[in-house]
Design a protein. Structure first.
Length: 592
């Protein structure tokens, strides 16, 4: 039998649900032709459909080795690894994870938990994590600290991680908080060279998470003293500066302007760029962003103030779409091939990103749609300046940033093939009013992508908001830090404790957005269905479904191959209340 015939046979078996037989057939092809990328692709997809993610991940690793020219397999590895937790590591896996973090189609935070699990699987790091018990002070001696820093610095995956992704794990947070305190306590006697690389990486992490770690009054006094006496010309200046930067953003210090022109050793050059040059550039870019609507609504004004103080999210590298995909293909993928979107006019796709925040979504859109012309709007100039700096820094074309209120966009003399509004409508005073404005800007046949909070999935967050109100925490950084430590001390069965499982718990701006927001609505599927009917939009499927959710739904409702029945989804969610913990993320079409 030819390879083509074997592929056709395997496809038929997979389509009929005979996954084991299909896998055997694809394995035979790979044995005969190890570099046959199509056989690897079908085998990976077969393992996914069969609900065997660990096997799919192993097949993907093999495909990367045997088909080095096929870049898509590294993207597949990232998608599968995102839901995986590693318990053993070797040098080959570390090298692959480092490659994954640098892949242009992978947003580092998406795979952060998987990468951190691989770091924790290193026995040298695992021992430090075990010792970092709550309330412990394990680094009272400089020797103990130096040994810990040497172990941490030797893990190159950890050093790369710290400069890219917020640490979203309580045990790692405790360890890093304790090491930071140790660096502060023993700064005067530590040898600067060995400690500098790790101190600079830790300072990058603290800047990325916006100094969310616990800080005692004694630490505050010691840091203030370091800042007051800092001398850039002293022999200990590099390590001292790195320790200061692990507690305070350098661009806000009086001597910040002098730092940029100094010849720092390599780890500090990157740190000064991150903490000084980039924030100063954002301050200058604010003047380039034009307002296109008024911002008068009281809730909009309050929301704008929140994001001026805490732009969300802070990130270091975006994900770029691996290939251009027209709207019709995206709708077909969302709906399991049951629906098709309209065509954009000519060679351009007009896109509105309504509530673009710091630019991740607008950059993805600009690299996804053919001939994308993106208008990305937000209330916050601070967020928009961050987005503009990152967009230019990553050389992404086709995006115009502007300050605007969704509620006022009805006067805009422009219509769009695609409107993306993720996690924004539920922060309006009247979500349906904003949704109605956006629907009016969508061309017939156009696609709208919406993300909304689920009432069911946010039970822990609702409990947390009550806890916040009862305890009187405010949205200030100091109160957010205090709140987090109190939550981390709660017993596992407490109603609020599950919020620590969200990545948004682990940076200041994200925690404020997630739990302290000035305005929040939560939705049910029935409410979404009613809104779609009122706005004359057609539901065309969920996207970014967790793989186990999609697989479970498919097994429960085999007669709904497109997963388009909201009635079925209501039944499913009643049995799986956390199915939409990443929000309801769905597409809707405007009839042509």
């Amino acid at each position: 039998m030819t390879i083509e015939a074997m592929l056709a046979s395997g496809r038929r078996l997979r389509q009929s649900g005979q996954f084991d037989a299909a896998a055997v057939g694809f394995e035979r092809i790979i044995t005969r032709a190890p570099g046959n990328a199509e056989a690897h692709r079908h085998l990976i997809d077969t393992m996914r459909q069969a609900g065997r993610p660990a096997d799919a991940l192993a097949c993907t690793r093999r495909a990367i080795d045997l088909c080095p020219a096929e870049a898509d397999f590294l993207q597949d590895f990232a998608e599968l690894a995102a839901g995986f937790r590693f318990t053993r590591v070797d040098e080959a896996l570390v090298a692959l994870l480092l490659r994954m973090l640098d892949h242009p189609g992978v947003q580092p935070a998406f795979v952060g938990a998987a990468v951190l699990s691989a770091v924790g699987a290193d026995p040298a790091i695992a021992g430090l994590l075990t010792a970092a018990r709550p309330g412990a002070r394990p680094f009272r001696s400089a020797d103990a600290l130096a040994e810990a820093v040497a172990r941490l610095t030797a893990n190159r995956l950890l050093l790369r991680y710290l400069g890219l992704i917020p640490v979203c794990d309580p045990a790692f947070e405790r360890l890093l908080t304790q090491v930071r305190r140790g660096l502060l306590d023993h700064l005067a006697i530590l040898p600067a060279g060995p400690a500098l690389a790790f101190a600079a990486a830790l300072a990058s992490q603290c800047f990325i998470n916006e100094y969310v770690f616990r800080e005692t009054g004694q630490e505050t006094a010691l840091v203030n003293g370091l800042v007051a006496g800092f001398d850039a010309g002293s022999a200990t200046a590099p390590l001292t500066l790195a320790v200061i930067a692990a507690y305070r953003p350098l661009h806000r210090l009086d001597f910040a302007a002098r730092l940029a022109g100094h010849d720092w050793p390599p780890p500090l050059g990157d740190l000064v760029r991150l903490q000084v040059a980039e924030p100063l550039a954002e301050a200058r870019l604010r003047d380039e962003i034009r307002p296109i609507t008024a911002i008068d609504d009281a809730v909009s004004v309050a929301v704008r103030a929140q994001y001026e103080d805490n732009p969300y999210p802070r990130w270091t590298r975006p994900a770029l779409a691996p290939a251009r995909r027209p709207v019709r293909d995206l709708v077909a993928a969302m709906s399991g091939g049951m629906m098709a979107g309209g065509e954009s006019g000519g060679s351009r796709t007009e896109v509105l990103v309504a509530g673009c925040g710091t630019g991740l979504q607008s950059i993805w859109a600009a690299t996804l749609y053919p001939g994308a012309s993106v208008l990305a709007i937000d209330l916050s100039l601070t967020s928009l300046a961050y987005a503009l700096r990152q967009t230019r820094g990553h050389r992404v074309e086709g995006i115009e940033y502007a300050q605007a209120d969704i509620l006022e966009l009805g006067t805009l003399d422009r219509r769009f093939d695609v409107i993306e509004c993720g996690g924004v409508l539920h922060h309006l005073a009247d979500p349906l009013a904003g949704w109605r404005v956006l629907a009016g800007l969508l061309k017939p046949g156009g696609l709208m992508k919406i993300a909304l909070y689920s009432q069911q999935a946010r039970r822990a967050e609702v409990a947390a908001r009550r806890f916040i109100a009862k305890k009187g925490y405010t949205g200030t950084p100091s109160d957010i830090r205090r709140f987090r430590q109190d939550v981390l001390a709660l017993p596992p069965g407490h109603a609020v404790a599950p919020v620590t499982e969200s990545a948004d718990f682990y940076t200041t701006s994200a925690c404020r957005d997630h739990l302290f927001h000035v305005q929040e609505h939560r939705f049910t599927l029935a409410r979404i269905e009613a809104a779609l009917a009122e706005l004359e939009l057609r539901f065309c499927g969920f996207y970014f479904l967790e793989s186990d959710v999609a697989a479970d739904f498919g097994r429960r409702f085999p007669d709904d191959p497109g997963m388009l029945s909201l009635e079925n989804w209501r039944t499913f969610e009643s049995d799986h209340p956390l199915a939409f913990r990443q929000m309801y993320q769905f597409g809707a079409l405007k009839p042509a």
